[in-house]
Design a binder for this molecule. Sequence first.
Ligand code: SAH
Length: 493
Amino acid sequence: MIKSHLLYQLSYRGRRVRILQSKLAMIKQVWRRPAQSGKMSQTGDAVVDGVRHFAYAAVILVFLDLLDFLLSFPSLVSSAAMPFIETSSSPVVLRLNRDLVRMIKRGHPWVYADALRELPSAPAGQQALLLDNRKGQPVARGFYDPGCPVALRICETDPDVKLDDRWAERRFRAAKALRKSFAAGGSTAAATPSSTGVGLTSGFRLWNGEGDGVPGLVADVYHDTGVIKLDGEGPIGFWRVDEVADWMVRELGLVRVYERQKERGVMGRALIGSVPNQPVTFHEHDLPFTADVVHGQKTGFFLDQRDNRQLIRAWSRDATVLNVFSYTGGFSVAAGAGGASHVTSVDIAPAAIEAANQHWRLNQLPETQHTGIAADAFEFLADAASQRRRWEIVILDPPSFAPNRDSVPKALAAYQNVIEAGARVTAPQGLLAVASCSSHIDLPMFLECCEEGVSRARRRGTVVTIAGQPTDHPTPLALPEFRYLKFVLLRLD
Ligand code: SAH
């Protein structure tokens, strides 16, 4: 890692040395020519003097260049010389039309277009300086997207701090420090978590956008592969994704970095290395999994459920487990590793079920103890209930039912229905685990859905625990929308 960084720095400096060499050679030529030409006329002498003055000036310029070159050496260690963000033009100045200063200083990282006095035309991703609505004092710095409802994403609440590579590097390093317990790219850190009983985990989120102070920049790591996803035009204009990918390779020892597009179905591209032609293998708490970073959901795996899978693993000894909306079987394998007597995985996507079966085999769990079923969850649960089938642990992790605010009432009804159906197939004294990843539905609303669904199934529930996102999905304290994941473990009587 350090070696590749040094090589990069040396080749960059090698280029500068060659430029300096050629400048010096030119000056030498100019210097020598008059001396070699012998007898001169008076006008000839004046010309020589002129050339000499020109050469003096050139020597001074080259000297300054040399000085600048030598002063750049401290970055051999800090690597702060690389452009990670857009800095080519001066910041666009934006002005608030209402007093949001307190909210911004408390760390809310978004300013909506309707809170700005005007929306000057500027390219998405251009740096912006925000002024308050009263005296026009600088409040914060960030980047702008006039075409987005969130017109300004704030990067710095101290307007005196310049947004440059050093700023970006500070944020990158702070995020990396928060991921100390994870191991990427076969790094030796891998030995540490296992020895502390945490279990080798080489699939993790490195940057969680606003939660890591890097607005709109999301990156996941799967062992030696990085996946970057930029959240819209503003982040696309602001972050220089190729340089950011370079940093990931240097700092984490990755071999490839792939960029996923935000829109579903739009192909991504390889930023470094080749496009992976098969799912990449990584570990989660010592369990091997694969992630299809090119075609899979999210960046290939639901890393945000890691801690909740551990929770299920701890409860699964000798239990029969039903994992509904299983995707590639993350919860199923966790339950199997925890000693479940049998696990059933249900997902509407046959490819997901195929991957769940493969993950079960990859973990060398007994073939007979897993059944993968490609089916609609609602139909499966209704059939199972009518056949009076019961499981000791039932997990429901549906896709987001509320993609926007308008869909909230429908989504609440859908959650109630699925929880009711799940409660009907949960054994007496069994556990029902339900998750919601809709940011528009908060925890109190979701707990109400649980209560409604469970009582419609004529059961009563006890809250065993309430959980959410793991530590590699940090969120700004002032931005509750970012804490989208809710995971409620109930015991039903
Ligand atoms: N629990 C999973 C993630 C679940 S994502 C994990 O930890 O990896 C939600 C899943 O629900 C997706 O795989 C999707 O294919 C599936 N799904 C969506 N609608 C469905 C339906 N009607 N019936 C069954 N599965 C469905």
